[in-house]
Ligand binder design. Structure first.
Ligand SMILES: NC(=O)c1ccc[n+]([C@@H]2O[C@H](COP(=O)([O-])OP(=O)(O)OC[C@H]3O[C@@H](n4cnc5c(N)ncnc54)[C@H](O)[C@@H]3O)[C@@H](O)[C@H]2O)c1
Length: 250
């Protein structure tokens, strides 16, 4: 799948990350199909994308989007419970809960439901990408990649691209161009068996472990450690108040 042929982006899971990924793509002019598993979840996705703290309405209030651009962006979004509606997506980005067996099962199901030339990307926080895509067909494996966004997706620019030994150069090039076309900065990361967390979460995890060891040894309080990182390194928040959302203990 070439970058210029991508018109429709599928997003699997409309939660914190999926909603942000969907919003980023619809604002950039792509058609977006978001699939979640219940009406409640779909309604929550719509509410977050439109009225949420980082939603489209807020972008209009801040002058980042004109009203008619916002309406057009939301018109490009289809929210559905039915996997079959993703059939014609050119790329599907998965953002369902961080459970390896769930992701493997859902990608196998998706493989049968989506056209064979579509790219599959996982937004896992750190599972080995080859393992996430273990159960897709051999012909899909060159189209399988990790696209790890940061939260909130609409404001954080980072997108790690994680390539396996089987990911094709065309898939890498297309995903890099898609990320850049939606205002993101890309770092390339080699998929590495036996690890968790790619680049960002591994480095953050190592620093967080060290911060905890310093606190446990009584060298400095948690408050003083956070204060040091925020004021001395310009981190937006410290370790002890900023661990939520990753879904994993360090
Ligand atoms: N939250 C973060 O800060 C963050 C940052 C980077 C990556 N991630 C990763 O992104 C992924 C999603 O995280 P999140 O925080 O958005 O989770 P979330 O719980 O907010 O959203 C997950 C959504 O997936 C839906 N879902 C569950 N099973 C599904 C299925 N079979 N098909 C379609 N939808 C399904 C749920 O109903 C829910 O709406 C995880 O792998 C997580 O590790 C999270």
């Amino acid at each position: 799948m070439k970058f210029e042929d991508v018109k429709t982006v599928g997003v699997l899971g409309g939660g914190i990350m999926g909603g942000g990924i969907a919003q980023t793509f619809c604002v950039a002019g792509y058609n977006v199909v978001v699939r979640d598993i219940s009406e409640e979840a779909i309604n929550a996705t719509h509410e977050a994308m439109f009225n949420g703290k980082w939603g489209i309405k807020r972008s209009v209030e801040l002058g980042k989007l004109k009203f008619d651009e916002a309406v057009a962006a939301m018109d490009r979004v289809t929210l559905t419970r039915y996997l079959e509606e993703m059939h014609n997506c050119d790329i599907v980005i998965e953002a369902i809960p961080e459970k390896l067996d769930l992701k493997q099962a859902v990608f196998a199901e998706l493989d049968a439901a989506v056209k064979p030339e579509a790219i599959f990307a996982s937004n896992t926080s750190g599972f080995v990408i080859e393992e996430v895509g273990r159960d897709v067909s051999e012909s899909r494996k060159p189209l399988f990649i990790g696209m790890h966004y940061s939260n909130p997706v609409t404001t954080m620019k980072m997108c790690e691209l994680i390539y396996t030994p089987l990911t094709s150069q065309e898939t890498i090039d297309t995903c890099r161009q898609l990320a850049e076309a939606t205002g993101k900065v890309v770092s390339m990361v080699k998929d590495t068996p036996g690890t968790y967390g790619f680049l960002l979460n591994r480095i953050f995890g190592a620093a967080a472990r060290e911060a905890r060891a310093i606190a446990e040894a009584g060298i400095a309080t948690k408050e003083d450690i956070d204060k040091a990182m925020i004021t001395g390194r310009n981190w937006p928040s410290g370790f002890f108040g900023s661990r939520g959302g990753i879904g994993r203990e360090w």
